[in-house]
Design a protein around this ligand. Structure first.
Ligand code: SF4
Length: 323
């Protein structure tokens, strides 16, 4: 039986690509990547529906974390509209897929990529680069757009019937939706999934790259919670709700300072990295700004038994230090 290793995020395109292959009687194994920037939940749900085995590559620790972080930091082909290194990211994942082919006895690799669906990574030129630089020239099948692309080796050898592959192009997802709907499959909404595509996350991650050489997974996780501000080498993170307040308390390091308003509801503020007196004063002003006190001056606790009275920082000053 012919077997494909399919790059499987659990998004609509990858679901439709698997379905197209399954309809030719091809056995599919889904290959998914989980990282601090995107999770495997969608892929697990999608694989269950399609009845396919799912293999996960964990990029959240060890060498894989470092390697992937380098891809995000310095992508050869640049970033997209935020800090998403889509072309390099795909090359990285496909190289990994190639190295796993033998282990999973796969005859070829396939993706749910659609020609011209995305401006950066799915133009004809980008698809060519991805195929070439992942070392899969002629061996990478895009079932949803295959008939608009050059024939791959597997089509030439009739391992896959090119006539039953599709020629979808462009941003409309209607053809993919129809495939899923005709098969009674649920699919997630097209947007979301990868936090690297979010502008608000981009500025926080760029700030982290600038400030810290040895980045750990924990540093990335911290970026997902609260409002972030920078004062020199110190970072101020302010919780936006109870859940975030609790997370910030757990993230506190020995050298960090926790601040909160006294006698009034307000956020937990995490001040990172051995704070000076002036950094504590700024963090206290920010904490006062986001607490519920109607008064201009607020008492802030910044260590056990240590208090400071500050005036609320005004919006202009807040915006100057916002990351
Ligand atoms: S959206 Fe995110 S996961 Fe997808 S290719 Fe781009 S960087 Fe990689």
């Amino acid at each position: 039986m012919t077997r494909a290793l399919v790059m499987f995020s659990g998004g609509l395109d990858s679901i439709a690509a698997v379905k197209v292959l399954q309809e030719q009687g091809i056995d599919v194994i889904g290959l998914n990547f989980s990282s601090n920037f995107f999770s495997k939940e969608k892929a697990e749900a999608g694989a269950k529906q399609l009845g396919i085995k799912l293999v996960n590559v964990d990029l959240t620790k060890g060498k894989q974390f470092k390697k992937y972080l380098n891809v995000v930091k310095k992508p050869k082909h640049g970033h997209g509209s935020a800090i998403n290194p889509c072309i390099d990211c795909k090359i990285f994942m496909l190289k990994t897929a190639k190295s796993l082919m033998k282990r999973f006895k796969a005859d070829f690799i396939a993706t749910g990529e659609v020609l011209n669906e995305r401006p950066m990574s799915q133009t004809k030129h980008a698809l060519n680069i991805i195929e070439k630089e992942s070392g899969l020239k002629g061996k990478l099948l895009r079932p949803l757009s295959a008939r608009l692309l050059p024939q791959t080796d597997i089509e030439q050898k009739r391992i896959v019937d090119r006539g039953r592959l599709l020629k979808i192009s462009g941003r409309s997802r209607k053809p993919q939706m129809k495939i899923a709907q005709d098969c009674g499959l649920d699919y997630p909404s097209p947007s979301g999934g990868c936090i690297l595509c979010e502008k608000a996350f981009e500025s926080k991650l760029r700030d982290l790259f600038k400030q810290k050489k040895r980045i750990r997974a924990r540093d990335i996780e911290t970026l997902k919670f609260g409002r972030h501000f920078r004062v020199g080498r110190n970072k101020i993170i302010v919780g936006r709700n109870e859940k975030e307040n609790n997370v910030l308390l757990k993230l506190k390091n020995k050298s960090d300072v926790i601040l909160e308003a006294v006698g009034v509801a307000g956020p937990i503020t995490l001040l990172q990295n051995k704070a000076s007196r002036s950094a504590i004063e700024v963090a206290a002003g920010v904490t006062a700004r986001y607490c519920d006190s109607k008064k201009h001056f607020v008492t802030i606790r910044y260590r056990k038994g240590k208090f400071i009275e500050v005036s609320k920082l005004d919006d202009k000053s807040i915006d100057k230090i916002r990351i």
